[in-house]
Design a protein around this ligand. Structure first.
Ligand code: URP
Ligand code: ZN
Ligand code: ZN
Length: 512
């Protein structure tokens, strides 16, 4: 381990037996409706060695190729969950889902890539924490993964480590906290955002005013309000909105693109919208929990997450409308799972409830149900907010986030006519309850293809531990730093152009 630490960590060797790989390396998906962010087409997809090699009709393909008939189904880019916490030590305990159970469950629900958070303990070196997380994930994850790195403190060393992480370790985003006991103050946020801007990275914030929350919590506890209802009471909507505004103002001073993680209120989104109209390059993320169960909720230990799932019944519709109108660009899960017994740690004091909920497995179905099924968003917008925008913001596009020749074959065959009822009895996560228990969703992943391998096969889950790879996220994502360049990255259709040199250049791969 120590010898690996000195060098850039190399990609782990896949554990997949050779016979499994070769029997599955050629695949034709026929008769489906291919949904990309910008168009919906009827065409077949030929996959070889993990890459989409041809798209169109009447394709000429080698014999012995497995054929999946997707008639009547949508073919979607695999989901990318931009916000997960697997194998995470937090608030005196550890999440029950690790990189194996979490990514297995992700695949079951139609997500084929996650971006997790390296979370250094207060004062711990960013690089040491990064190596620890690589050890946790490498050889375990069933699908590809990348990392954001959190800044739990600020120092000149942190600033240097950020540079090393971007230049040598494939990290292009850093998360700063405005709440919790490891929050940064305004001047530290200013310096951290400035460093992100210098490096071409993206600055993420957890936007809640931690000082106000701490004072409110003390007062509530002193009055005898100790139960889970105290959580949202200590964190009213304006306490989030104030931090969102402050983060935007600070980012503006240093011209840093900003990513607002886990927004939960209409007010926050309106503030973000105003700053973006004023010229700030900023992106907003919302969580499946805020779309799926907000408003219908009785406070209980199991649904405690920060910022809170709001009790305001208008919230889910408002947030979905902001996703539709591009005020918000992404939907994550903030999957951070603790069992019921762990949640009990806070039964006499709401500030001690380990914060976090599930969502990694169910995110796609919940958004389809609340967004597409209700008619608020189209299937193409669903693809944008569950996959393409994450790929663009974190500089993975067009390798990920679209169905195009040259892209990774991360694909979901989605039956919009089928329904499933979410339950902890049937889910694949390790956690012993599910916040969406009993919710029936239209939209079921029937086949999930991960780097060309059929990992959900007509509803049967056949994942391989360690099949996923760490994926570098390079700095200066064009979508973030130079949106005008995005046109040159548009996926190329094999029917539109026969220039293989151009395709190889665009997709940075070798077509055979
Ligand atoms: O409650 C939450 N969100 N737990 C995970 C840590 C974070 O803020 O992302
Ligand atoms: Zn957070
Ligand atoms: Zn989180």
């Amino acid at each position: 381990y120590l010898s690996v630490k000195k060098e850039k960590m190399s990609t782990p060797v896949k554990k997949v037996p050779i016979h499994l790989q070769s029997s599955q390396n050629r695949l034709l998906i026929k008769n489906g409706t291919v949904v990309n962010e910008e168009d919906v087409t009827e065409e077949d997809i030929y996959i070889e060695d993990g890459i989409i090699k041809q798209m169109g009709n009447n394709l000429i393909i080698p014999g012995g190729t497995r054929v999946i008939d997707a008639r009547g189904k949508y073919i979607l880019p695999g989901g990318i969950d931009p916000h997960t916490h697997l194998d995470f030590e937090f608030m005196g305990t550890r999440t029950v889902d690790n990189f194996y159970s979490g990514t297995k469950a992700a695949i079951a629900g139609g997500t084929t890539m996650i971006i997790d958070f390296v979370f250094p303990k207060k004062g711990e070196s960013l690089l040491d924490a990064y190596y620890e997380y690589r050890q946790k994930a490498d050889g375990k994850a069933c699908c590809d993964y990348a990392f954001h790195v959190c800044l739990s403190h600020w120092s000149e060393q942190v600033k240097r480590d950020m540079e090393i992480l971007t230049k040598e370790h494939g990290v292009n985003s850093f998360k700063m906290f405005m709440a919790y006991d490891f929050m940064l103050n305004d001047s530290e946020l200013y310096s951290a955002f400035e460093q992100c801007q210098n490096l071409g990275a993206i600055a993420q914030v957890h936007a809640e005013n931690g000082s106000i929350i701490a004072k409110n919590a003390q007062r509530l506890l002193a009055r005898g309000i100790t139960g889970p209802e105290g959580h949202e009471m200590s964190r009213p909507e304006e306490v989030e909105a104030e931090a969102v505004n402050r983060a935007c103002v600070i980012a503006k001073q240093v011209n840093a693109p900003l990513y607002l993680a886990q927004l939960t209120t209409e007010q926050s989104c309106e503030i973000l919208k105003d700053h973006v109209s004023d010229g700030l390059r900023a992106f907003g993320e919302v969580e499946a929990s805020s779309i799926g169960i907000s408003g219908s909720l009785k406070p209980n230990l199991n649904v405690i997450v920060s910022p809170p799932i709001r009790s305001n019944p208008d919230t889910p519709y408002k947030l979905m409308s902001f996703l539709a109108s591009d005020v918000l660009q992404l939907i994550g899960s903030d999957n951070c799972t603790f069992n019921k017994a762990q949640k009990e740690m806070g039964k006499n004091n709401f500030t001690k409830i380990p914060n976090g909920v599930n969502g990694l497995e169910d995110r796609m179905s919940v958004v389809w149900e609340k967004g597409v099924q209700t008619g608020i968003i189209s299937p193409s917008r669903f693809v944008a907010i569950t996959s393409t925008n994450a790929a663009k913001i974190f500089n993975l596009y067009p390798r990920k986030g679209c169905i195009a020749v040259g892209s990774d074959a991360d694909i979901v065959i989605w039956n919009a006519g089928a329904t499933r009822t979410i339950s902890a009895q049937t889910h694949h996560q390790a956690v012993d309850f599910n916040i969406f228990e009993g919710m029936t969703c239209h939209g079921v992943a029937e086949y999930v293809i991960v780097s060309g391998r059929v990992c959900l096969d007509d509803g049967q889950l056949r994942v391989v531990e360690g099949y996923g790879h760490f994926v570098d996220t390079p700095v200066f994502a064009p979508f973030v730093y130079n949106p005008d360049e995005m046109d040159s990255l548009k996926p190329i259709k094999i029917n539109d152009v026969n220039d293989f040199d151009l395709m190889e250049k665009t997709h940075k791969i070798k077509l055979v």
